[in-house]
Write a protein that binds this ligand. Structure first.
Ligand SMILES: Cc1ncc(C[n+]2csc(CCOP(=O)(O)OP(=O)(O)O)c2C)c(N)n1
Ligand SMILES: [Mg+2]
Length: 302
């Protein structure tokens, strides 16, 4: 539960000014490149978690090109902010973001999912620079994030922890235990973001396990909670700015709940029925790229 003191402090803190068009444009361009990389990587295998990468590209671009403090040439730099991908199968999108960030060479992306590649299908910390944790077993990312955030605080570090979760991970009890622990320890250095794409491996989230009302749940666990359109870069930037300004000052963990669309930016894939693990035919990849570019250029010139 939010305490009265927390509520008062949150109310008195100033809301940061709205993100500039320049910032929105720069993050949108990064998101476009992340989507483009993800399509190229998906084509190597002919199938995969491409829909998730497209859906989460705006979230990933906002974090990597606007929020995260890191050194591309030294991914293990002690003072870096940590981005924890707890949803291992989203690795394709994360690799694209790591390439955009200059941590993984763009030329290496074509090895995705191949034998001996540093970019396996499911994210593994021992394989890939910049991959902080292994996330194949869902529902563990937030527990690790809480431990890391505590550890950094004990060390007197100003680094922040960002944890990316999927809506399927809200099915896991461990996620909620960690959420409770983060509030108990007043981890203002922790920001979670949840990709609410309303989908899981076995079907739509509300048919697998109904997790709504999600906003009220996080609030009742004591988190500073915002829910935004996760494909609206301006809304994402504003939410991350609020999280940094308010949650850290109040000493409360922060969550940004992001409603996204699987396959976002590529009409052909937005309309796919079997969206969790997509099979895309050889002749369709070029159409995907063309639709992505046409949509991006149309929006940029609007
Ligand atoms: C602990 C655990 N249980 C089950 C699985 C199998 N699994 C892999 S992906 C997935 C769907 C999880 O939901 P979400 O991440 O929201 O799926 P998406 O949005 O990518 O379709 C499941 C159940 C797993 N990897 N780990
Ligand atoms: Mg999902």
């Amino acid at each position: 539960m939010t305490t009265t003191k927390e509520a008062q402090l949150t109310a008195t803190l100033e809301t940061p000014s709205a993100p500039t068009n320049e910032r929105v444009g720069s993050v949108s361009a990064a998101a476009y490149r992340i989507r483009h990389h993800a399509l190229n990587m998906g084509e190597v295998q002919g199938q995969g978690y491409v829909g998730q990468a497209l859906g989460a590209a705006d979230m990933l671009a906002t974090v990597y090109s606007d929020q995260l403090n890191y050194r591309a040439e030294d991914p293990e730099w002690e003072a870096r902010d940590r981005f924890l991908l707890s949803t291992g199968h989203y690795a394709i999108g994360h690799y694209a973001a790591l390439a955009e960030a200059g941590i993984v060479p763009i030329s290496e992306l074509e090895t995705y999912g191949s034998d001996d590649s540093r970019l396996p299908m499911s994210g593994m910390s021992t394989y890939t620079p910049g991959m902080e944790i292994s996330g194949g077993s869902l529902g563990h990312g937030l527990t690790i994030a809480v431990g890391m955030a505590l550890g950094l605080r004990y060390q007197g570090s100003d680094a922040r922890i960002y944890n990316f979760l999927s809506d399927g991970e809200l099915d896991e009890g461990s996620t909620w235990e960690a959420a409770m622990g983060a509030h108990h320890h007043q981890l203002g250095n922790l920001t979670a973001m949840v990709d609410i794409n309303a989908l899981q491996a076995d079907g739509k989230t509300d048919t697998v396990l109904r997790t709504e009302p999600v906003t009220e749940k996080w609030e009742s666990f004591g988190w500073y909670t915002q829910r935004v359109d996760g494909n609206d870069v301006g809304a994402l930037l504003a939410a991350f700015d609020n999280a940094a300004a308010q949650a850290a000052a109040v000493g409360r963990p922060s969550v940004i709940l992001c409603d996204t669309k699987v396959g976002r930016g590529v009409t052909l894939l937005e309309e796919r029925e079997k969206a969790h693990f997509m099979r895309i035919e050889e002749h369709e990849w070029q159409t995907c790229r063309e639709q992505l570019t046409a949509g991006y250029e149309g929006k940029a010139s609007a």
